[in-house]
Design a protein around this ligand. Structure first.
Ligand code: GUN
Length: 294
């Protein structure tokens, strides 16, 4: 039976460290601030945004939310981003994705001041990350590296298979793991929807990271015994026994895979809380940089 990599517990550890950092900053008159823009009313996005705001409050970080209707024009969205850019109280800007009109995402991300881009989505931060320069790292890959580090899982020399090629998770994950750095030095293979015979690759992996968005994508026959499995999926599936009418499952067949793996992240309570935690870390880091404090 695999060890459960408890993202909630690791998050709590990092958030406690962060809380004392925020108190120290407050003594210097600095309050880190995060601004969130939510366009439309997708229920999953709404619940992520609420979780992010609650986490800010617990950490002592100021947060502000602006909501726009799903019909908002690109200019209306850009206006809000520009207000956030100009606001000294705001150190971090988060535009919840996906936008109702996903063709706007590129322009919106490029409008965010790279020094406030705590999601690490702006091309400037993506480029800096790629080159191994200081940059805001995207929260989910950053959180996964912290889970591995704080669980004593060595990436150096390991073969990691990343399933999924999104700009938010798969691609930055591949890049960070392959870097010549403390949390990198892995040999990385990327699989995606056009990969032929995916199991051939995943069976060779010491660590499998599934970021696909489809339940049961990674099954027990696809891993080698003792592999470490990181499940990034957050999929809602109908469940009449729940008040909400659904439950959350990842991309991994948890029950069977956890019998064969040496360690695995659960859903919920694995990668999800870490993503939010790294957003807080980036926001505090942004405030520290802005004010030039040690
Ligand atoms: N949608 C899914 N994940 C994320 C994230 O990390 N940041 C933003 N802004 N939107 C998301």
């Amino acid at each position: 039976m695999a060890k459960i990599l408890d993202g909630k517990a690791i998050s709590a550890e990092i958030r406690a460290e962060l809380k004392s950092r925020v108190s120290e900053l407050k003594e210097k008159g600095i309050v880190p601030g995060l601004a969130v823009l939510l366009v439309g009313d997708d229920p999953a996005s709404r619940s992520y945004v609420t979780a992010k705001e609650r986490a800010c409050e617990e950490a002592g970080i100021y947060s502000r939310e602006v909501k726009l209707p799903a019909t908002a024009s690109l200019n209306e969205i850009l206006d809000v981003v520009q207000q956030f850019n100009a606001d000294d109280q705001i150190n971090g800007i988060l535009v919840q994705l996906p936008l109702p009109d996903s063709s706007m995402e590129e322009s919106v991300i490029e409008a965010i001041d790279p020094d406030k881009d705590v999601d690490g989505f702006h091309p400037m931060n993506v480029g800096r990350m790629m080159m191994g320069l200081p940059a805001f790292l995207p929260c989910t890959p950053h959180g996964i590296l912290q889970i591995l580090k704080r669980s004593g899982i060595e990436t150096s020399g390991a073969h990691v298979v990343v399933i999924g090629r999104s700009n938010i998770v798969g691609r930055p994950m591949l890049n960070l793991l392959s870097q010549k750095s403390e949390l990198g030095n892995a040999t990385v293979t990327m699989c995606h929807t056009r990969t032929k015979n995916m199991a051939e690759y995943t069976r060779q992996a010491d660590i499998v990271i599934a970021a696909v968005g489809w339940p049961n994508t990674l099954t027990a026959d696809m891993i080698k015994p003792g592999a470490v499995v990181i499940d990034v999926g957050v999929n809602r599936i109908p469940d009449d026994s729940k008040k909400s009418g659904f439950r959350l499952v990842g991309d991994v067949d948890f029950e069977a895979v956890s019998e064969k793996a040496s360690a695995i992240t659960p859903v919920p309570g694995g990668v999800g809380p870490m993503t939010i935690t790294m957003l807080l870390v980036n926001t505090v880091e942004s405030a520290v940089r802005r004010h030039g404090v040690e």
